[in-house]
Every structure is written in C-alpha cells, then in structure tokens.
Write a protein that binds this ligand. Structure first.
Ligand code: C5P
Length: 224
C-alpha cells in the first residue's frame, strides 16, 4: 500500500446499485452510477489505506490499487462485506435495493388473457445497519449516505440514529440537482457533534475531503 495517513488501515467501501432478479432476464434496480463510491475507494487508497470495494453492477473502471469484489444483489453485497471484515472504516455508498422479489426460475411469459404478473416484495438486509451492529467486528468508524429528495437534513439525522452508524453524508438527489449519474455532489456531514455543510464539489473532491476526515478521525482514535 502507498504511504500516507491511512497506511496500515483497512477500509471497506460499498458502491453502485444492486440488481434484484425478477427472472433470468429481468431485474429491479435504481439509478446509482457508483461514481461517488468508487471515488471514495480511490481517495482512501490515495491516503494509503488497503481498500476493498464491494460494487454492484456499474459501467466504471476499477479504481487502481483497490481490491474490487463485484456483486449483483443486496444479499451478495452483504456476504461480500462480511467477508471483507475486519476493517477500520466502512463507507456504505451503495444504493442497495430496499426490496427483492422471489425470482422465477424461467422467463415470465405473457399470457393469452393479458393478465399482468404481480410481484411480491421481501425486504432486503440493511448492510449499513448490519455493519454498524457487527459486535467485535464492527469497524471503528461506520459511514453511511442518505440520499433524500425532501427534508434532507431531518431525514438524514433520523437515519443516522436508526442505522447506528457514526456519520451520515446527506445529499439531495431530487432530479433537479443532477446528483444521480452526475459528476458533482452537495453533501452535509452529520456526526455526533452536529452538522457541517460542504460546498458543491466534484465527486472526486468530495471523496478526498471525506477520506481526509476519516484519516483524522482514525488517527484521533488511535491516539486516545
Ligand atoms: O435507508 P436508506 O437506503 O436511505 O439508507 C441509505 C444508507 O444505507 C446508504 O449508506 C446505503 O448504502 C445504506 N444501505 C445499506 N443497505 C440497505 C439499504 C441502505 O447499506 N439495504
């Protein structure tokens, strides 16, 4: 690993969407590009961390120097994250599908009567909440994202408490902002100490700022 303030530290980052199969040819997904998560993996690597990136299906190149584990579904993502522990820090930037359906073994066919199939949903595991409650294996610092379209800060603060993570980065993903799939992001960092507004930044710069904060937090923990 490269020298730097995170040399000798292990980081786990989730990125991208998950795909939840409906049948062998169809799936449910969301609009995550993986850009922010991949940029965070690269930024932590640049500070010397040994990074495992668990990524759903994305159209991005693997960041240099990062161990990349590719998964499809939320359940595969959780298993890959568990297998990547222990880690000093986990950053959950993936947009995990909240629900999955029982996948049909064969392609669902149209019927002569024109009756549409109905899907029955089951809740997926929450990877961020699971890592936050991982007992002795819990990373010292667990960071989540809160993509919201309204009441961004209130919802994010509530999410931090509910998930049991240390930090939440709140971002407004209402369509007008262009955050999803775009190259820039406006984030608010919520910690136990309160809330910080960050300026609108390129995703790479937001990632570098987060990596820097993580390096300071882990160094402070080590010194305590
Ligand atoms: O609940 P919501 O999906 O809005 O929470 C967002 C945060 O939780 C993100 O950090 C996301 O990566 C994480 N998450 C997760 N597993 C899920 C759902 C969300 O890790 N099943």
């Amino acid at each position: 690993a490269a020298p730097g303030p995170l040399a000798g530290r292990r980081a786990l980052v989730t990125s991208g969407p998950t795909h939840e199969a409906i049948d062998p040819v169809r799936y449910i997904a969301n609009r995550s590009s993986g850009k922010q998560g991949h940029a965070i993996a690269a930024a932590l690597t640049a500070l010397g961390a040994e990074v495992t990136l668990v990524s759903g299906p994305v159209a991005l190149d693997d960041p240099d120097g990062v161990r990349v584990i590719r998964v499809e579904s939320a359940r595969e993502m959780l298993e890959a994250c568990r297998a990547a522990l222990p880690a000093d820090v986990a950053v959950c930037a993936a947009a995990v599908a909240d629900w999955r359906v029982e996948a049909a073994g064969q392609k669902i066919k149209k019927t002569a009567e024109g009756a549409a199939p109905s899907l029955s949903f089951t809740e997926n595991p929450d990877i961020l909440a699971t890592l936050s409650a991982a007992g002795p294996e819990r990373p010292a610092l667990v960071v989540g994202f809160a993509a919201e379209t309204e009441n961004v800060l209130d919802h994010a603060a509530a999410k931090r408490a509910r998930k049991g993570c240390d930090w939440i980065l709140a971002n407004d993903v209402s369509p007008a902002t262009g955050t999803f799939g775009g190259d820039r992001n406006t984030l608010h960092l919520i910690t136990a100490d309160g809330m910080e507004d960050w300026p609108t930044l390129d995703k790479a710069d937001a990632a570098a700022r987060l990596a820097d904060r993580i390096a300071h937090a882990l160094t402070a923990t080590a010194a305590a």
